[in-house]
Every structure is written in C-alpha cells, then in structure tokens.
Design a protein around this ligand. Structure first.
Ligand code: DX5
Ligand code: ZN
Length: 220
C-alpha cells in the first residue's frame, strides 16, 4: 500500500494547528515540508516552514518529509536537522558536482536521517542512476517545483515507470516518491507508474474530509 505525505505548503498560518490535528486523525503517513529559498525557486517559504516545524515538533510524532528547494543546501540541512526529520530530500539540480552531491547525501545520513534526491520534470533519470545506491528516496517532481496547486505533468509518469523498472531490475533499496498536482483522479496512474510515496497538498487540504481523500489515495 502506498504512503501519503501531505504537503503543508497551502495551509494558511491561522489554520495550521487545526490542520495538523486533523491530518494526524486522518492518518497521513508523513508531513511534507516544502522549503523554498527564493533563489532556487521564486517563493521563499523558509520562515513559514520553520514555524510549522515548531508546531509539528510540539504536536505530533508523525514523521517529517523535508523537501529542500534551495541553492545553499548545507545551510538548509542544518536549519531543519533539529526537527529530526525522517527524510531530507535535496535537488539534483542544486549540486552539479558529483562528489559534493555524494558528500551532502552522506552528511544527511550521518545525521541520522534518510537521504532523498529530487529531480525536476525536465531532468532525466539517467542523470541520477549512478547515485541511486547512495539514497533512500527519489522524489520525482510531477510539476515544476515552486508552488502548490499546479496540474500534474502527465509525461513524467513514463519517467517514474522507467525509474521503477530500473530499481526493480537492479534490486535497489530505493523508494520512489511523486510530488505535485496529485489528486484522487490521477493518483491511480501515479501508483501504476510505480510511486510508493505520494505527496499531495491542495487535493487534501482543500477537501472537506482529509481522511476520506487520504483513504481513497491509499486504497489500491
Ligand atoms: C511544489 C512542492 C509540492 C507541492 C504539492 O514545489 O514541492 O510539494 O506543494 O502540492 P500540490 O499537491 O498542491 O501540487
Ligand atoms: Zn514538495
């Protein structure tokens, strides 16, 4: 059964505490923390995501799935490690040098956290095949990173499928996570393609019944 990682990006500050409680009751498997620095992507959500992580650390034990859409990767890893995230995912496009990328992934793991690599819609999986044994999760962006509420880019499903076949063929211990524009109408296609963790923001947050949507997304 897939796991659901609910993005808090679209939750308004005056509703965050209630949303956390309701998502915990609705049994989200992770809270997806979308950290944007205003450089790697246009929006800057740093202050909001720090505030939300402060609330989360006082309210719930549900694991944090931190998605860093930032250029100064190490600075932001250090900023979010204190919240003991379960996963910290960095963007392949943020660190071009392979050795620096591997060192950064090791740094995440040495700090007792699973390491994820994320690729934008236009980045081919061939760019990351050689580092798959160094990560726990591949976060495949099904929208251009930078904001919630976008339409899923259908062509990325082929990429997820190709990656899934490669991981199975090589018997790699890597989870595939899909992120962006996923709702109850297209989630089956995303699961069919091979995603094992589903990130969803607006489709859950804008619904009037979180647990209904999460249950529908999880049910095979
Ligand atoms: C986009 C973020 C996604 C997004 C998901 O840059 O990485 O996590 O917030 O939200 P929806 O499900 O609304 O696309
Ligand atoms: Zn995300």
């Amino acid at each position: 059964m897939v796991e659901i990682s609910t993005s808090l990006l679209s939750v308004k500050k005056d509703n965050i505490i209630k949303a956390i409680y309701n998502l915990e009751t609705a049994k989200t498997d992770y809270f997806h923390i979308d950290v944007m620095d205003g450089i790697f992507v246009e929006q800057d959500t740093t202050e909001k995501m720090i505030e939300y992580c402060d609330y989360l650390s006082n309210i719930t034990n549900i694991p944090l799935d931190v998605h860093l859409m930032v250029s100064d990767v190490k600075k932001y890893i250090d900023m979010f490690l204190p919240y003991n995230p379960n996963i910290i995912t960095i963007h392949y496009e943020a660190i071009k040098d392979k050795n620096e990328l591997l060192d950064t992934l090791d740094y995440i793991k040495l700090n007792n956290c699973k390491a994820g690599i994320s690729i934008k819609p236009d980045t081919d999986i061939t760019e990351i095949l050689e580092i798959l044994e160094n990560v726990h999760v591949v976060l495949v962006m099904t929208v251009e990173p930078g904001q919630g509420g976008q339409e899923l880019i259908q062509t990325v499903l082929n990429k997820i499928n190709n990656l899934s076949m490669y991981v199975k063929e090589k018997n790699l211990d890597v989870l595939i996570e899909a992120d962006g524009g996923i709702n109850i109408n297209n989630v089956e296609d995303v699961k069919e393609a091979g995603a094992e963790i589903i990130v969803s923001g607006t489709a859950i947050i804008n619904s009037d019944n979180y647990s209904d949507v999460i249950k529908k997304m999880k049910t095979p």
